[in-house]
Each structure stands twice: as structure tokens, then as C-alpha cells.
Design a protein around this ligand. Structure first.
Ligand SMILES: Cc1ncc(C[n+]2csc(CCOP(=O)(O)OP(=O)(O)O)c2C)c(N)n1
Ligand SMILES: [Mg+2]
Length: 653
């Protein structure tokens, strides 16, 4: 039970969150006051009484995780980080939404201390939270002993109406219920308002029943009754088998006497008059900007001290655990550091003729045996994506030690969940589907790139050579469109050896996600005429060397073999370069690129996809600028002109 004194302090804290939020939005003349005003009480309760966190140790491995999935309410989070003592100054609050501030429009991971994930695209944070809760169970299963639970934390998230309308949260919730993530607690800020007005215009389902059907416990309460909310959290914790959705009836813009409850307060400043009226209404000194009740800072300091004690207690237990379990401690250090020095890659087989998806599968298998912290899986396509790790066990409610994820046919949530697992810490992760369905998970690829996290996306069946499944399944624009995402490595290896090397490149990345673009069909091994270690980082290998070429062919993936075939038949001196990463290739100096291209030689490019992106490098491009057709892969290639004959003609012209 909360004491009357604590309840009083919580109310003052909530009012301070409201004061900071409305003033920051007003000063920036931009932002979303509705959510912070609406659920400030929940924030005060969570950050001061419920969450196990130590603001001085934001990287504490066993801290509770908090995700504001409704990222537009960023001032809610910034106010609470400021009041809790995460080192976010009042000046930063006053600089809300300004260039270079620690308080950007939406919360950004890696930019502001205490932000666990980047949110803003609605529903994405929900899926991240599911991933974090999964990672917690995985670590707990590995490292907790009968004597001590060193991994034992909750994952909290706040979703609004928008998050719960988005499909990604439905996918993620379905998975979370199936996986019985009992330590996931999501609050639903149910204010029945979105941008266009009342949710009755578009969202009338029974959310509680829907979540019950997913296998969740659902609870409901009043967002302004902190005692009730605290009790609901206790009830949520008592349910260890099911995740819990706590539906809180709230009023958007609570405390703004003339605007509360209206969509006008969702995403616009209150205006000077309404700010003044709100202050008067809430008991905030009317002439004070960015006002925090002095006793709130004292209260939050006491809460931070309590958090520090929680950390110290945990740390004492952790040290005792480490002493009693030296082998486990060694493993813990390995998991937390992600040290790759033990990584084993499959040996190079000259003359190998496997598909790159098969080579990738062999590499994943070998890595899974040497790197116990590697986890991942597919959206129901493991047999096609070649991502199953034999002997690693399937992750499930019954087997939290399993490392093979079965994400189900849920690409969007898969990306978000995998990102959440990676953000949690303790694991390296990958997820997989057909390249053509990368569109279904593109927002998560973009967010991984934006967050600078080294997620690995495995995309197989990478071209019209998929064949009979036809144009719905034949990627055309996908490789190029992935290349448009900044800070993303798009890797399209041309043989088994390159595939393994690309995996090494992706794993060694620390601040950049990678996409592995892999073939369904077999590809022949080719000899790499370069210093492999060196040119791996430059995104290419020379497949056919020619000292003084008349023509240089740039190709990627399956078209390297095509280029080698054409070059062999040409009467000209032809150099062939496998450009498995165009981003890395073009990042070289102009001089180095010119030298590679043969200083004035004619340059031709070949890739089984849209030609747009190669035009800056090559004078002629053999590609496919239309949708494919159903038929055997080789026949489709012939029909679309992606042939050795046509490439040869380009070379000879
Ligand atoms: C994927 C996505 N689509 C659209 C938006 C734009 N958007 C931001 S907030 C919002 C409405 C959200 O309503 P709700 O979650 O109920 O938040 P509230 O208005 O209650 O604060 C929309 C459509 C977005 N951020 N993300
Ligand atoms: Mg709403």
C-alpha cells in the first residue's frame, strides 16, 4: 500500500511532469503535450515506486526495462529522466526538439541516457519490449542458479491507441502470449483519442478480449488512482505465465481545463493562455516556467537512493554468485562482451557449388557451435532461409535456453522483437525471411540502422531466379531499395566463401546493421585475386584480374558467375569485380575506384534487379526494370534478357 504521504508526493511529481512537458512543448512551439499530461501519474509511479532502476547505473544488466512505445509523448520520458537523476538537465528540457539537444522530438536510443530504444513509429516499441522480455528469460535460464536469481527483471511498456491499432503490436502480442512472457507488463493509455479525433471513428474493437485471445491477462483501472495502478502492477506480477495488459482509462491533456479530452491537445502546444489556465488549475505557480516542486526533487533523490541500494544489493549477490560459479561467470562475461575471438567459420571449399543461402546456413551452424550467445530464427521459413541451428534447441515457453527462434509468419514483429533482444544486451541476434518480404519488415531495418545496432537480417531467394513462384515472390527493386537506407550494410555475396566472409563482416560490425542477400540457386566458387582481409572491408573481390582492362564488369551475387562466363567468351581484356557491398565499394577514394575500374576502361554492371543504382558507376547496366514472371528461373532470366549473351554483347559493343 502506498502511504498518503507517498501518494501526495506522487501527485506533486506528476504535476511537475505536466509542468515541464507543457512548457517544453510551448517553448519549442512543437511537440505532443497530450500524452505526458494524460498519464503523468503513471510515469511518476513507475519511475519512483515500481521500476527497479538506478539512474546512476543506466547500464545495470538487471535493470527493469522501460519502453515508451507511444514515442510522440517523448516529453513524458524526458521529464521523468530529468526528475529521476539520469543527468538530463533542465537546460536540455528547455531545448526540447532543438538541433543538438538531448531531447529530440522522439526518444532516440544511444543519444539520451536512459532511453532503451528509439520509438516514434507507432507499435514498434511494443515489439521491442517483447524482444527485451524474451532476452530476459533467455539470460535467466542460463545464468540463474537455485541459490540466486541474478537475472530477474520486468519489462514495462506504454502503448497508446495508435500502437494498438498498428499490426506490428498485434503480431508481437500474439507471439508474447504464445511464449508466456509473464514478466512483460504493457500499459495501455486508453484515452480514446488519436489525431483525427475520437477513436470511435476507426477503432471500436474490444482490445481486452483481443489480448485475452492472444493469451494475455488483461486488467483495467483509472489512470489517476495511483494506489489502484500500483495494485494492478502487483496483480500483473503475480501472473507469471501470461503477459499483462493494464488498460488505464485516461484523459488526453489532463489538467488543461479547456483542451483536455480533445484531439487538439494531442500534438500542438497548448498556447500561452491555456498554459496559464492549466497552471492555475493544477496548482502550479502561474508565473513560473518549467516549474518543479522543490519537494519533488527531494522525493526523487530518495527514490534514486533506493534504486542505488537495489543495485548495490544486486551487485553483492552478483559477486557472491560469481565466486560460487566461476564457470558461469566466465560465460556471463562472454555473453555480455559478445567477444568473437572464438568464432569458427566453415573451411573454404574450392570448387564449391552451393547456393549462398546454403553457405550461409553452414556458416550459421558453425557460428552457433562456437558462439553460444548467437540466437535467431526465421518467420516460418527456416527450411528455405537455412537458418536453423542444429543442436541449439528451439526457444519456447518450455525451453528458455533454446536459441532457435520461431517468430511465426510475423515479419514486422520479428524485426522489432529481434531488435529488442539485441538492445536488451547479452546476445547477438539475426532474423530471416524471403528478400521480397523485406518490405514487410522494412521499418525495423530502418530503426536498426537509425539506432546504430548490429542486427543481422538474412534475406534469401534474392532474385527472379526464384522462378516458378512468379512476380509476387521475385525481388526486383529490393536490393537497391535497401541500399537507400543510410547506415545499413547490404551484402550480396557471390559464392560460399564470400558468404562466410560477409557473415564475419556483419558480426564484427558494432554500430551498423547488415542485410545478407542470398540466393536460392547454386553458384560456383571463384578465385579471389585480392588480399581478402583488406578488400573484405572495401566491399569487393576481384573475380577475374586483368592488368590493363578494356572493359570492367561490376557484378554482385549470382551475376558474378554470369560476368565470368561472358568475360571468358569476350575477345577483349575484361576485368570482373564482385561488388558484394556497393556502400563499402563507393566509400573508397575516387582514385582507388578509378584504378579498380581500370582507369578509363568501359564499365559495365550486372545485377538481377533495378538498374538505377549502378548508373553512376557504369555506362551500361544489365538488370531488370520490370516485374518478373512465373516460370523456371533460367527461362525467366532468358525472357527478361538477363543472359550471358546480352552481357557479352554489352562488353563487346
Ligand atoms: C506508424 C506511424 N503512423 C503514424 C504516425 C503518426 N502519429 C503520431 S501520433 C498518432 C496518433 C496516436 O494516437 P495515440 O496513440 O492514441 O496517442 P495520443 O493521441 O493518445 O497521445 C499518429 C497517427 C506514427 N508516429 N507512426
Ligand atoms: Mg490516444
Amino acid at each position: 500500500m502506498l502511504t498518503p504521504d507517498t501518494i501526495e508526493k506522487l501527485k506533486k511529481t506528476a504535476t511537475s511532469v505536466r509542468a515541464l512537458s507543457m512548457d517544453a512543448v510551448q517553448k519549442a512551439n512543437s511537440g505532443h503535450p497530450g500524452l505526458p499530461l494524460g498519464i503523468a501519474d503513471l510515469g511518476a509511479l513507475l519511475f519512483s515506486q515500481i521500476m527497479r532502476h538506478d539512474p546512476q547505473r543506466p547500464d545495470w544488466a538487471d535493470r527493469d526495462r522501460f519502453v515508451l512505445s507511444a514515442g510522440h509523448g517523448s516529453m513524458f520520458l524526458y521529464s521523468l529522466l530529468h526528475l529521476s537523476g539520469y543527468g538530463l538537465s533542465l537546460d536540455e528540457i528547455k531545448n526540447f526538439r532543438q538541433i543538438g539537444s538531448k531531447t529530440p522530438g522522439h526518444p532516440e536510443f544511444g543519444h539520451t541516457v536512459g532511453i532503451e530504444t528509439t520509438t516514434g513509429p507507432l507499435g514498434a516499441g511494443f515489439s521491442n519490449a517483447v524482444g527485451m522480455a524474451i532476452a530476459e528469460t533467455m539470460l535467466a535460464a542460463r545464468f540463474n542458479t537455485a541459490a540466486d536469481k541474478i537475472v530477474d527483471h520486468y519489462t514495462y511498456a506504454i502503448s497508446g491507441d495508435g500502437c494498438l491499432m498498428e499490426g506490428v503490436s498485434a503480431e508481437a502480442a500474439s507471439l508474447a502470449g504464445h511464449l508466456k512472457l509473464g514478466k512483460l507488463i504493457v500499459f495501455y493509455d486508453s484515452n480514446s483519442i488519436t489525431i483525427e479525433g475520437d477513436t470511435s471513428i476507426a477503432f471500436t474493437e474490444d482490445v481486452a478480449k483481443r489480448f485475452q485471445a492472444y493469451g494475455w491477462q488483461t486488467l483495467a483501472g483509472d489512470a489517476y488512482d495511483v494506489q489502484q495502478v500500483a495494485s494492478l502492477v502487483e496483480e500483473a506480477k503475480r501472473e507469471t505465465e501470461k503477459p499483462t495488459l493494464i488498460i488505464l482509462k485516461s484523459i488526453i491533456g489532463y489538467g488543461a481545463p479547456n483542451k483536455a479530452g480533445s484531439h487538439s491537445v494531442h500534438g500542438s502546444p497548448l498556447g500561452a493562455d491555456e498554459v496559464a489556465a492549466s497552471r492555475a488549475h493544477l496548482g502550479i505557480p502561474v508565473d513560473k516556467d518549467f516549474y518543479v516542486f522543490p519537494e519533488v526533487y527531494d522525493y526523487m533523490k530518495d527514490c534514486a537512493a533506493a534504486g542505488r541500494k537495489l543495485f548495490d544489493d544486486w551487485n553483492t549477490r552478483f559477486n557472491a554468485w560469481a565466486k560460487a560459479n566461476p564457470e558461469l561467470k566466465k560465460e556471463w562475461d562472454l555473453f555480455m562482451s559478445g567477444d568473437l575471438s572464438a568464432a569458427v567459420y566453415p573451411p573454404v571449399k574450392e570448387g564449391d557449388k552451393s547456393a549462398t543461402r546454403v553457405a550461409s546456413g553452414n556458416t550459421i551452424q558453425s557460428l552457433s557451435e562456437s558462439l553460444p550467445f548467437l540466437v535467431g530464427g526465421s518467420a516460418d521459413l527456416a527450411p528455405s532461409n537455412n537458418t536453423a541451428m542444429k543442436g541449439a534447441g528451439d526457444y519456447s515457453a518450455a525451453n528458455r535456453k533454446g536459441r532457435v527462434m520461431h517468430f511465426g509468419v510475423r515479419e514486422h514483429a520479428m524485426g522489432g522483437v529481434a531488435n529488442g533482444m539485441l538492445l536488451h544486451g547479452g546476445f547477438r541476434t539475426f532474423c530471416a525471411t524471403f528478400l521480397v518480404f523485406s518490405d514487410y519488415m522494412r521499418p525495423t531495418v530502418r530503426l536498426a540502422a537509425l539506432m546504430n545496432i548490429p542486427q543481422i537480417f538474412v534475406f534469401t531467394h534474392d532474385s527472379i531466379f526464384v522462378g516458378e513462384d512468379g512476380p509476387t515472390h521475385q525481388p526486383i527493386e529490393h536490393v537497391e531499395s535497401l541500399r537507400l537506407i543510410p547506415n545499413l550494410l547490404v551484402l550480396r555475396p557471390a559464392d560460399a566463401e564470400e558468404t562466410s566472409l560477409c557473415w564475419k563482416l556483419a558480426l564484427e560490425e558494432k554500430r551498423r546493421p547488415s542485410c545478407m542477400i542470398l540466393t536460392r540457386q547454386n553458384l560456383p566458387w571463384f578465385k579471389k585475386n585480392t588480399d581478402k582481409e583488406k578488400t573484405l572491408k572495401l566491399g569487393y573481390f576481384i573475380a577475374k584480374d586483368e592488368a590493363n582492362p578494356e572493359v570492367t564488369v561490376l557484378a554482385s551475387g549470382s551475376e558474378v558467375a554470369l560476368a565470368l562466363g561472358a568475360a571468358a567468351k569476350s575477345k577483349k581484356r575484361v576485368r570482373v569485380i564482385s561488388v558484394f557491398s556497393r556502400e563499402l565499394f563507393i566509400a573508397q577514394s575516387k582514385g582507388d575506384i578509378a584504378k579498380l575500374l581500370g582507369n578509363g576502361a568501359k564499365v559495365v554492371a550486372a545485377e538481377a534487379g533495378v538498374t538505377t543504382g549502378w548508373k553512376g558507376l557504369a555506362s551500361e547496366v544489365l538488370g531488370i526494370d520490370r516485374f518478373g514472371e512465373s516460370g523456371p528461373g533460367e527461362k525467366v532470366a532468358e525472357r527478361l534478357g538477363l543472359t550471358e549473351e546480352n552481357l557479352l554483347a554489352m562488353i563487346e559493343r
